[in-house]
Design a protein around this ligand. Structure first.
Ligand code: FAD
Ligand code: UDP
Length: 398
């Protein structure tokens, strides 16, 4: 796929120090590790915006990273790594991605199975009415009900504090404690408040999962969008290829690493904890399996956290349906950085090391150890591109 050879076996030396101002004569200007949102957006910008030559490598057999989707044996478009719903408040990010895809309007709705019934999550007026057999009909009434249950916490630090402070212990236990303990293998009291704060509480009857101004799905799927993003004569893509296999073989000036930052440094300070999932994909010989795209199962009596049914998300019409169960796991691909103070401290040490490592920039959810949504990763990649475009020579991890 490429015919460049190192001059002396070490890519950075071979490429003239890896960050010299001159263009690498025969090789690539950039080697990008990871063909997910971070790597693909940056590759597209560098190639199309600055006429740079870019090699993108990914150890998986496909592009798209965790947003990869494909048609399963039944012919249903599924997300291999769990349900991915695009939402953002950034017009700029929508405009950028719209160069590579049309969109399908989709507002995500989620039900949680609690006390034997399926009720809306985020908790809203309808949730409270169903759960407690109430007739709340105004925002004031719902707010007063929640206020009567809330248990004020003085110094809100953890994922338990923030929920108990807002809605009280009973609702916390019904909706958050079990789900979080399963998902993270930790009690909410051991996790930063940002984790459960992702799920708001509403006093109106808005039952959408996200409140963002843009909520939409790529009309023909994520993979198609990535294909169009990477389809540029300056971009070469190598799949099934671990960075470590080719780092001695390829000439390049600068490395952008979107894999786990601790792995890049051979776990010098120990492993950064990531949470993994096992996805159980199934097809059913029926048109629909559940009422909405995702049903959450907060109870610890059930081993999975949620079931997703993709046809709700994609709008695909098909006589059969495909679903995915998510079983949280300590082992497996690193999907989630785990937000808690000691992990942030350890990441800071790796970040410092990154800053002292010339010729390499870390990017993305794994590269910067941030629990980022897709739009945030796109924003991070575009921001890095801007810094490169503006001619900054020393790139710190964002
Ligand atoms: P990734 O997509 O993880 O890409 C990194 C790539 O690097 C991978 O393909 C990996 O194979 C490759 N790689 C790593 N190391 C190496 C190496 N040494 N050599 C070669 N290749 C390597 N976000 C939303 O906005 N909405 C959602 O609904 C949503 N749902 C999600 C559901 C789940 C279950 C998960 C896990 C995430 C979800 N996200 C969602 C988050 C979203 O997946 C991420 O924000 C986004 O995919 C991160 O992109 P990335 O490029 O940083 O990382
Ligand atoms: N959460 C919960 N109960 C729910 C939904 C979410 O306790 O019904 C908590 C849980 O800790 C979860 C976090 O809120 O990990 C963030 O939820 P989100 O749906 O954003 O998770 P993701 O889609 O990123 O897996």
């Amino acid at each position: 796929m490429f015919d460049v050879k190192p001059q002396d076996g070490h890519p950075e030396r071979a490429a003239g120090g890896g960050r010299g101002p001159e263009r690498c004569p025969q090789g690539f200007d950039y080697l990008i590790v990871g063909a997910g949102f971070a790597g693909s957006v940056l590759a597209e910008r560098l190639a199309a915006g600055m006429n740079k030559r870019v090699l993108v490598v990914d150890r998986r057999p496909h592009i798209g990273g965790n947003a990869y989707d494909h048609y399963d044996d039944t012919g249903v478009l599924i997300h291999r790594y769990g349900p991915h719903i695009f939402h953002t408040n950034s017009q700029r990010i929508v405009d950028y991605l719209s160069r590579f895809t049309e969109w399908r309007a989709y507002e995500h709705r989620v039900l949680a199975e609690v006390d034997g019934q399926q009720v809306p999550i985020p908790i809203n007026m309808t949730t409270l009415n169903r759960l407690y057999d109430l007739n709340l009909s105004t925002e004031e009434e719902a707010a007063a009900f929640l206020a009567s249950r809330a248990e004020p916490v003085e110094d809100i630090k953890t994922s338990e504090d923030v929920v108990v402070n807002g809605i009280g212990r009973e609702l916390y236990e019904k909706f958050f404690r079990g789900y979080t303990r399963k998902q993270w293998g930790l009690d909410p009291s051991q996790l930063d408040k940002m984790v459960t704060s992702r799920v708001p509480t509403r006093t109106n009857a808005d039952d959408r999962y996200f409140g963002d101004s843009f909520q939409q799905m790529p009309k023909h799927g994520y993979t198609r969008m990535f294909e169009r993003m990477l389809d540029h004569p300056n971009i070469k893509v190598m799949l099934n290829t671990d960075y470590r296999e080719i780092r001695e073989e390829v000439l390049y000036r600068h490395l952008v690493y979107c894999g786990p930052i601790d792995e890049y440094f051979d776990f010098r300070y120990g492993k950064l904890p990531y949470r993994s999932l096992r996805f159980q994909h199934e097809s059913r010989d029926q048109a629909w399996f559940q009422d909405v795209g995702v049903v959450n199962y907060p109870s610890e009596d059930v081993p999975y956290t949620r079931i997703s049914e993709y046809k709700h998300l994609t709008g695909q019409e098909h006589p059969k349906t495909s679903i995915t169960y998510e079983f949280p796991s300590a082992e497996g691909d690193p999907y989630y950085p785990i937000p808690r103070p000691e992990n942030a401290e350890l990441y800071k040490r790796y970040q410092k090391l990154a800053e002292q490592t010339p010729g390499v920039t870390f990017l993305g959810r794994l590269g910067t150890y941030k629990y980022y949504n897709m739009d945030q990763v796109v924003g991070q990649a575009l921001a890095l591109y801007k810094r490169i475009e503006e001619g900054e020579q020393s790139f710190a991890a964002p």
